[in-house]
Design a protein around this ligand. Sequence first.
Ligand SMILES: [Cu+2]
Length: 395
Amino acid sequence: MIAKSVHPRRRVIGWAAALGVGAVAAASPVAFRGEAGPSPGPKPGHRPVTRVYYIAADTVTWDYARQCRNLVTGKPFTAMEERLVSQGGNLLGSVFEKAIYRQYTDKTFRKLVCRPKHEEYMGLLGPVIRAEVGDTIQVVFRNNTPFPASIHPHGVFYTKENEGAPGNNGSWGNDRLDRPVEPGETYVYTWPVPERAGPGPDDPSSVGWLYHDHSMDMGVPGMHAGMVGPIVISRRGQARADGSPAGVDREVFALFNEFDEGLSSYRERNIERFGDEDLDASSEAFWSALRKPSVNGYMFANGPEGTTDTHPALTIRKGELTRWYSLTLGERDVHSPHWHGNTVAVRGHRADVVSVLPATVVTADMRADDPGIWLFHCHVDRHMMNGMITRYQVV
Ligand SMILES: [Cu+2]
């Protein structure tokens, strides 16, 4: 059974370690039935499980433009683009300290779960947290950053102490159920996955949600620092053993987000580390260049190591069912991801552009029929021109 920790409201790491991945949950979920759409009913014999994730918020040195050139044009950056990526004078450049969520193998948080080559395009996105309706998600969260941090999930069920967000609920001091996780601390979040966290009648077999830092009431420093990741919930009876939706050949995650390094919790550290001595922080140019419109933290189709003019970070296969999850955090803008070359279906409607509002996830299915290297970019002019543009390849 589950052992209680010293502090009744702050469960320690042994709590989750005792459970282990795949532990059978006690709850008996309501079975999916009778919903419209192409989906069959629940698989007989599906047994809900508790899925445990070991996730840390880690400080990393992130480069928005690792290839140091515009891979869309195949040319060096223009003067206008240079303003956003080069360093010197009043510009900090393309490299920043950020905080991202990373997955570890166990409670010791010594060994990272290696992201396979074909998922490296995900950049600074946190690991995909997966479950099937009826399961329970547990996240053992270690805050390795120098600032308070949390994980706030969307969609799933949580009590106040598992919300990962503060709020004026009358509690205070050490009794607060909702204080953030302090630097060096570990905390266990438990999120049951009821029917309403899964796909609705018109959704495909899985639905995407966000998780992100919400350590302040309404502040955004942690989100601009980079703490964000996706949750995917598959319909009951339609998931593989790892929780991913059966029948979907490939899932792709694209975070269209303008990170504002001027609002990041690492702002002062970055000014200290990357700024010139005579930097003028009162200039408008300084602040505007700190806004980084990007896809998965990459600008101008840059990507992980190995990305080149003729080799985009992301490759999918013709004829396969590719499920795209387009997401953004809450900030001032809306985004309109546009796929060149192929179209998608969103809840039964055809499109090649989707609308992504702050803190939403749009799930779109593509069966690519047109091979080649294609643009995938936000259609809001300012975002596209300033770096929110990438490519995908269909082979
Ligand atoms: Cu945009």
